[in-house]
Design a protein around this ligand. Sequence first.
Ligand SMILES: Cc1cc2nc3c(=O)[nH]c(=O)nc-3n(C[C@H](O)[C@H](O)[C@H](O)COP(=O)(O)O)c2cc1C
Length: 302
Amino acid sequence: MRIGGCDAWLGVKLLGYAKRRRKARNPPESSETLPAEAPKNQHKPRIPCSEGFRCNRTRHERYGQSIMSEPSTPFSELAHRRRSNLRIDPERAIDDNLLDQLITTAATAPNHHRTYPWRFRIIRGDGRRGLGNALADHLANKPDPLTNKPDPLTNKPDPLTNKLDPLTNKLDPLTNKLDPLANKLDPDPALAQARVSKARSKYLRAPVMVVVASRAGEDEIATIENRDAVSAAIQTLLLAATEVGLASLWSTGAAAQSMEVAEFCGFDSTDTIIGLVYLGWPTAELEPALRAVPEVVRIDQA
Ligand SMILES: Cc1cc2nc3c(=O)[nH]c(=O)nc-3n(C[C@H](O)[C@H](O)[C@H](O)COP(=O)(O)O)c2cc1C
């Protein structure tokens, strides 16, 4: 059955259960903190962010039809509230102890055979410039300036010359696959140059970047499982950051494929960068997103 379908009985049961739990955990607030005239359906986040974010919209307005039931626990509200948010004050530092706490929480993620495959790098201050320069070097090294030309007739990459340059047509040492970036040619060298320049200041948009890599396993399956575990750790990091009111954004792109970035971070050539996470105090909050209804199938028959 699709999760969006109407299972009224279960819905009522779950809602009642959640309400009872909520009541037990959060006894009614005193009249000092909750005005008596507050409308009944007004949503009041239980975990306010550091900026004192308050939302006056009803739960239905906030979450729309993206879910079967309303978020009914502090954790589910937190998960719905997490957004990719780059509206960050780059000048406002994050306390070191807080960063350590967030990473300790991230490292509670499940990991098969207890490999603890994650490797974290906290990049701050001028380190962010170094990280940007590493990405810029990577981008500058990629396209072959000789073949990186649009076809003068179609103004599109020439299908004949838009082939892998024998020099750049190398296996990516991190993934051991053809580097997808080397395999693409930027049709406009000026744009490519602008991309390189932009990369240099890219990471100055947040006070902290956390780069997270995954160690290779003993075999292919172990390596895949390690990556899965590191993804879980990154999501845990994002949720922990959201809980304390930090804005965050998980990014990948060219940086995650870059040997220059990996070297700057001191990762091994067998490690894989899974995410570069922007962290900082928000200058604006984003509304919870309307999310696609997940496909859920219940299988009861043998
Ligand atoms: C593996 C992964 C890689 C991502 N890479 C990028 C990225 O390079 N740039 C970016 O802006 N967002 C990136 N995102 C964030 C997604 O775009 C974002 O989660 C999605 O748009 C949904 O928005 P929300 O996080 O606010 O729910 C990435 C997310 C994941 C899980």
